[in-house]
Design a protein around this ligand. Structure first.
Ligand code: BGC
Length: 802
């Protein structure tokens, strides 16, 4: 339902309620409330503030032992504070705050909110997000103080594989903007925004960087610096650096937070180095509960995803990400947990302590955008369940401000190809619409005049050519469409349509002969594939698919003429694909699995050729000894294509295979997340090349979609949006004897639960209100229609009925 009434006032709370009555006189009422942003563009005030470089105090360099020179280049985060007086008791108070960099705010000594790494990473040149916090309970009549710590983060810290700090993407020192709005009980307002009356200094954080780590010297602790009584006489006035607030926008997505904590398990010690295992590869940081240690005791934490053969923490694959935190004792008991960094790790090595800490003193804070988790599948197969868990954890670990490729090495970039391949799976696991919608703004911001997207968003470096690679740029079309199909929210299409169309137009302009030969950017092909799929084939397949989605989008948005134009182009592209890459015998391209996956999943094969294509598809699997040869792009399509080709049995064989390379091979190696490469580590070869060997890359987890749709059987008809018309088509296979799947759609929960007992297949299905479903059981010739509710069915696989 879309609100269609008069426009809302700023800074106002609104309550809504919806009452639904059904034909049985049943009544359901839902209500909630929300608040509009406090500041319209015209009432925003204040300046961006930072430290006056001329006023910075000399500082001792950090103690370099165990660190590289790069760490020594990092300036200290800033502390900024301001005292203010409130004449009367407070009715309500809000803090609006953001940074060019990362911030954490305190009021009167108490932390504001629980969000981490705020304001997140956006293309700051185009849009900057600010957060609003309810601080009514933190301020009081009389004297108050606000303190904000400000670190470099993505704005001016190390970013990606750019070796420079600052990486000259945005700026070289962090800036803060904040505005307090306090309404007192007598109706009077106080507004207090950042300006040169704020004071600035540094504290006990010697440096903090997303990739390098954090260094805290507790001997430098300034004390309760955000309390009203703190004496900041020695601090310097902040310097105002402009008041361009026009591109500030209110945050729309769930922020990064500590979403859970895992306890460490002590593994081993050697030479005062103690290793702990959190049992799970994760993104976040370690918390240590420390006893009073002699002043100056220096503890160093190194993080890694694996253990090396000699039992040490493996860090070679982190490249330039040092992922090392340092804590120096002030002689008091303490809790150490960094604030402005994250690491991708399962193991931590703690050095500097004679004896290991007790296990309950070592925990890991798991960090991720705090989105709603909406889907799960549990089967009778432990390996498949572990695979599902690994997929889920790779998503969790790569939802960190943007959808990253990996969370550990010096990369952590919003690669479009990985996101496009994995997003159909992610959209079962989570309702992250606002997260994707916000990131899509950055994707659109990369688009050139000509219409080309870039490979990564936010775009940060001229390292990337003017055009995204095929399959990478297409994520700019695929993601909005998938979001719309899943959630039925047309706004996302409306926001993206122009950009989606410009992308396919751009490819067309450069390739009028209907084969994508020119302007393929870095042309990664089916990256990390084992048997190459011709790049022109992959490119043309994606172009045809994107063009079809643009046609569908135009139609959804009520533009039939445009829809027809793109439908015609998509059809021509499909024919061009067929003529160029599909032989009369049904062979696609070079006969690689990736070629069949693309052709079948994107529906590029004419009906009459399908039987021979299916045979050749079988052949491509058999020729590889029943093993996968696909790369990060087509692996996500392979099983879906096999099922479409009526080869679900083969899909199950691949799913259940345990030999290298396979999904369960990773599981057998003890993986707790998806790996970047099938051979990240093998018993015979050890670790793959550390230059590119992540153990937390979600792309190969794109199989998740097939598990939901084919094992769980949760699908919707071609014309359905937001799961209005379900297609419940579970297909048992392999050694699986049961499955329970659920997906919390916007209409309510969709759930399937099936058992295979001998040849008897029984299914229980839950269809949410306002949805209808066509149920298709194995062994049935035709589907059965049902309305919302819980239904049970049975079929006998050995006695097909009609
Ligand atoms: C990333 C990938 C990405 C690729 C481009 C890698 O370094 O980690 O996942 O898509 O580059 O080929």
């Amino acid at each position: 339902m879309t609100y269609d009434g008069p426009s809302l006032d700023p800074g106002s709370a609104y309550r809504w309620s919806v009452r639904v009555e059904d034909e049985t006189d049943g009544v359901a009422i839902a209500s909630d409330w929300f608040e509009t942003t406090y500041l319209s563009r015209t009432t925003r005030a204040g300046h961006w503030i930072t430290v006056d470089e001329r006023e910075t105090q000399p500082q001792d360099p950090p103690d370099f032992r165990g660190l590289s020179w790069r760490a020594g280049l990092l300036p200290a985060p800033l502390l900024l504070r301001k005292s203010f007086h409130l004449r009367a008791a407070v009715a309500r108070a809000r803090l609006l705050v953001t940074a060019r960099g990362l911030y954490r705010a305190q009021i009167n000594g108490a932390r504001v909110g629980a969000d981490e790494l705020t304001p997140g990473w956006t293309d700051y040149r185009v849009h900057q997000r600010y957060q609003t916090y309810d601080i009514t309970s933190l301020v009081r009549e009389g004297r108050n103080a606000i303190g904000v710590e400000l670190a470099h983060g993505w704005w001016s810290g190390y970013v990606g594989f750019d070796p420079r700090q600052p990486a000259v993407h945005y700026g070289n020192s962090p800036h803060l903007w904040a505005q307090l709005v306090v309404e007192m009980i007598d109706g009077e307002h106080l507004q207090c925004a950042t300006d040169e009356t704020w004071n600035v200094s540094t504290g006990d954080r010697v440096y903090a960087d997303l990739l390098i780590g954090e260094y805290v010297d507790r001997r430098l602790d300034p004390g309760a610096w955000s309390s009203p009584d703190f004496d900041d006489a020695s601090w310097r006035p902040a310097r105002a650096v402009g008041s361009d607030l026009d591109h500030l926008r209110s945050s729309i997505e769930p922020h990064v937070r500590v979403v859970r904590r895992l306890r460490g398990r002590y593994v081993a010690s050697a030479a005062h180095k103690h290793i702990y295992d959190f049992g799970q590869n994760l993104t976040g940081r370690v918390r240590l509960a420390l006893p009073a240690l002699p002043k100056g005791t220096r503890i160093l934490l190194r993080h890694g995803e694996m253990l090396d053969e000699d039992g040490s923490v493996y860090v070679a694959n982190l490249r330039n990400a040092e992922a090392t935190d340092v804590w120096i004792s002030a002689g008091l008991s303490d809790t150490f947990e960094p604030t402005f960094t994250t690491h991708g790790f399962r193991f931590v090595e703690i050095s500097g302590l004679e004896d290991p800490l007790a296990e309950d003193a070592v925990s890991a804070a798991v960090m991720s955008n705090d989105v709603e988790w909406t889907g799960s599948v549990e089967t009778s197969h432990d390996g498949v369940n572990r695979l599902l868990s690994n997929i889920e954890w790779s998503l969790r670990g790569n939802l960190v401000a943007v959808p990253t490729d990996c969370p550990q090495r010096d990369e952590r970039l919003g690669w479009l190809g990985d996101a496009g391949a994995f997003m159909p799976t992610a959209a079962f696991l989570t309702d992250a619409r606002s997260f994707w919608a916000r990131w899509l703004q950055d994707v659109r911001a990369t688009q050139t005049e000509e219409g080309a997207y870039k490979d990564i968003a936010p775009h940060i470096s001229t390292f990337f050519p003017d055009s995204a690679a095929p399959g990478w740029g297409d994520a700019g079309v695929i993601i909005p469409w998938e979001l719309y199909r899943r959630w039925g929210d047309r706004r996302i299409l409306a926001d993206s349509f122009d950009s989606m169309r410009r992308w396919v137009d751009y490819v067309y302009r450069n390739n009028p002969d209907l084969l994508w030969q020119r302007r393929r950017g870095n042309d990664y092909g089916d990256w990390l594939e084992r048997t190459p799929t011709p790049r022109e084939l992959l490119a043309t397949a994606y172009w045809a698919y994107s063009t079809r989605l643009v046609s569908h989008t135009a139609s959804e948005l009520g533009c039939p003429e445009e829809s027809a134009i793109y439908a015609e182009l998509a059809e021509k592209l499909a024919r061009s694909f067929e003529e160029s890459f599909v032989s009369r015998e049904g062979r696609v391209g070079s006969g690689s699995q990736g070629g069949y996956a693309l052709a079948v999943a994107f529906d590029l094969i004419p009906h009459e050729l399908m039987p021979s294509v299916k045979k050749q598809f079988d052949e491509s699997i058999a020729a590889a000894g029943g093993k996968l040869t696909t790369g990060i792009i087509t692996t996500s399509l392979l099983l879906t294509a096999l099922t479409r080709a009526g080869r679900t049995a083969t899909a199950y064989q691949l799913l259940e295979a345990r030999d290298f390379p396979s999904w369960l091979y990773l599981v057998e190696q003890g993986a707790t997340t998806m790996w970047e490469r099938w051979d990240g580590w093998t018993a015979t070869g050890g670790f793959q090349n550390p230059e590119m060997n992540s153990f937390n890359h979600y792309a190969l987890g794109g199989i998740g979609r097939w598990i939901f749709e084919t094992v769980g059987g949760i699908q919707q008809t071609e014309s359905s949006r937001g799961y209005g018309q379900l297609l419940i088509t579970p297909e048992p296979g392999g050694t699986l004897s049961s499955s329970r799947a659920r997906f919390m759609s916007r209409r309510g929960q969709i759930a399937t639960s099936w058992n295979l007992n001998g040849s008897v297949f029984s299914l229980e299905v839950e269809v949410p209100p306002t949805s209808t479903a066509t149920i298709m059981l194995p062994g049935w010739g035709t589907g059965r229609q049902v309305a919302s509710g819980v239904h049970r069915f049975e079929s006998n696989l050995e006695q097909p009925s009609v």
